[in-house]
Write a new protein. Structure first.
Length: 199
């Protein structure tokens, strides 16, 4: 439709409303198609699912860490060199989605010792354990540590789900899918999610 300088305002209003109606119809049909047939790609449904939100942070962590290295004018940034750096960045990312993020809570005693969890989302009953691979922390050592951690966290009164995130930017874990599958079968008393990233 062409408009000229003396076109009345109601014509613009009608065209605008008509455009909105067309856009609404198009978006509604796209949403219906996605809901019915899904979409290709590696998408995680996070709506009202706190575990899915934590998993999303795990899966996107490497992209965020890498992007932070691209600072304007070579300004200082956080370098992810060790597990404490992973904790700092992960804590900030958790704060986007969760109000009550408790760092380094102690677990009840198990087999004569207690340990500290990296993060507790108390309202959601989620514990998050973080690891970063390094020269002397590869597949075998990570697996052994997480088996011990899983046993400890089963006794924590605020743990229904344990998310173990292993940040492996150098690819030190040869079979990440195998490790994830093996460790997720370690318990029946709590839900265990193991995410090794990037793959």
């Amino acid at each position: 439709m062409a408009f000229v300088g003396d076109t009345p305002d109601y014509v613009f209003d009608n065209a605008f409303c008509s455009g909105l109606d067309e856009a609404h119809s198009l978006l509604t049909s796209m949403i219906a198609e996605i809901e019915e047939y899904g979409i290709d790609g590696n998408f995680i449904e996070t709506k009202n699912d706190p575990v899915a939100l934590v998993e999303l942070i795990c899966h996107q962590f490497h992209k965020v860490a890498r992007q932070l290295q691209q600072r304007h004018d070579n300004r200082q940034t956080i370098e992810i060199n060790d597990e404490y750096d992973v904790q700092d960045l992960f804590h900030a990312l958790l704060k986007i989605h969760f109000e009550d993020v408790r760092p380094e809570e102690y677990t009840p005693s198990y087999a004569g010792s207690s340990t500290r969890v990296d993060f507790l989302l108390k309202n959601e009953k989620i514990i998050i354990e973080l690891k970063k691979t390094r020269k002397n922390l590869k597949q075998k050592e990570v697996g052994e540590q997480l088996i011990v951690d899983i046993a400890h966290y089963q006794t924590h009164p605020d743990c229904e789900t344990l998310v173990c995130f292993v940040y492996d930017p150098e690819g030190r874990i040869a079979n990440p899918i195998g490790v994830e599958n093996d460790l997720e079968r370690c318990t029946n008393s709590i839900s265990v999610k193991v995410i090794i990233s990037p793959k």
